[in-house]
Design a protein around this ligand. Structure first.
Ligand SMILES: NC(=O)c1ccc[n+]([C@@H]2O[C@H](COP(=O)([O-])OP(=O)(O)OC[C@H]3O[C@@H](n4cnc5c(N)ncnc54)[C@H](O)[C@@H]3O)[C@@H](O)[C@H]2O)c1
Length: 373
């Protein structure tokens, strides 16, 4: 960390400004947010439109993982191709590189992050860089750096430049002492993974910066996200992505979780739409800064039953990985997302049958799906 920032952090504690020392005055909560909208009775912000001048200029960090490219596609449709910058420390594929702006950005490099925000006049950041649950347990110090130090850099840049900041949290932000069925927005959070601990830290730091410095911080706790065309990043719910690929390719799947391990899950289209909707919601509509969002909840044996309806003869076997099983056993079985539904009109589209149809169709089992129906 540059010396000047260390000093700024120390001074920042004593003045009305964030740790970056930028001097943004603390503002009353009701003045936050620049949304021009009134809250409609049936709050659903997806259809609101932006004029050219109001369009946010977006940066997505860690954008080459499972979720970032899909988010960029959605946001580019909404705000224009050139207003959405993808970034990562990895090299993009030709397709990604040619589909819109891409820059190198290491979230551990504060100056690099600030330079991008300034040069591109960024107004919204979606902070996706992370090391997920299983990958984090395999390399705790790297997870701590990316998930905690990286978050601090993003928070400071966001506060310094008055950005609207989205940081995803997770079902992994809860632990064995949290109520698990359902898990409400506000309850005991004592996770036992570095991933979970760093996400609770992110939730708390984001809220702290919101109340202390007026940062427009917004956070959703995602369930396990299921996508067809992107690789998983080493999470505990990855099996629910791989099962469809293996079912279509080999007619069988070996699962690393026990058959009855129930977890909250969501199809990627719902996840990305929820993300856009909470970012577009007027600040006045938000009674919380961190919301649970939910769609469905299932176990490996339940998803396998549903796959079997489309691929006769499909077989699932179990070879339990104790690290991921222990993680899953401490996570919510079901999410209570009633606050998201009430405050900003959250509503999922995909349930389990719809998800299975969509995933199998994507992987090319159309003919078998059609035959089974
Ligand atoms: N995928 C899920 O099921 C799920 C569920 C809950 C929450 N989330 C959250 O959503 C976000 C995106 O998840 P994902 O599945 O796309 O993750 P992912 O692991 O697939 O991708 C993370 C990306 O971060 C990048 N990265 C790593 N170190 C970096 C650094 N120093 N600087 C910049 N980028 C760096 C990686 O190269 C990678 O492309 C994460 O914050 C994750 O915690 C995901």
């Amino acid at each position: 960390m540059p010396v000047v920032r260390t000093l700024q952090r120390a001074v920042g504690r004593m003045v009305q400004g964030p740790a970056c020392g930028c001097g943004t005055a603390a503002r009353p909560r009701q003045l936050l947010g620049s949304s021009p909208w009134q809250i409609p009775a049936d709050a659903n912000f997806h259809s609101a439109s932006f004029s050219e001048a109001d369009r946010p200029r977006v940066l997505i960090t860690g954008g080459l993982g499972q979720l970032g490219v899909g988010l960029a596609n959605l946001l580019r449709k909404r705000f224009g191709k050139d207003n959405v910058i993808l970034s990562d420390i990895r090299k993009p594929s030709d397709h990604v590189f040619h589909s819109g702006p891409f820059v190198y950005s290491d979230i551990l490099d504060y100056k690099n992050l600030r330079e991008i925000v300034v040069n591109h006049r960024v107004t919204w950041v979606f902070h996706y860089s992370a090391l997920l649950s299983a990958a984090g347990e395999a390399n705790v110090s790297l997870a701590r750096a990316i998930n905690i130090t990286g978050l601090h850099n993003v928070l400071d840049v966001a506060a310094e430049h008055n950005l609207r900041l989205f940081v995803p949290s997770t079902i992994g932000a809860f632990g064995p002492t949290s109520p698990r069925n359902p898990t409400p927005d506000l309850c005991t959070q004592r996770p036992r993974t570095i991933y979970g601990v760093s996400k609770v830290h992110a939730e708390l730091m984001g809220e702290y910066y919101h109340y202390r410095y007026g940062l427009d911080f917004r956070c959703l706790r995602y369930p396990g996200i299921i996508s067809a065309d992107s690789q998983c990043g080493g999470g505990t719910t990855d099996y629910a992505v791989q099962i469809f690929h293996d079912a279509v390719k080999n007619g069988k799947f070996e699962c690393y979780l026990k058959p009855s391990t129930r977890l909250p899950m969501m199809y990627i289209d719902d996840c990305l739409r929820a993300t856009l909707e909470v970012m577009e919601a007027p600040a006045e509509a938000l009674s919380l800064r961190t919301y649970n969002v939910n769609a469905m909840s299932f176990s490996p044996e339940e998803v396998a039953q549903e796959v079997l309806k489309h691929i006769p003869g499909f077989q699932i076997t179990y070879n339990v990985d104790s690290v991921r099983q222990d993680i899953a056993d401490s996570w919510p079985l079901n999410f209570d997302d009633s606050n998201a539904r009430k405050d900003w009109g959250w509503k999922h589209d995909f349930d389990l049958p719809e998800l299975v149809m969509t995933m199998l169709s994507f992987h090319g089992s159309d003919s078998r799906v059609a035959q089974a129906n």
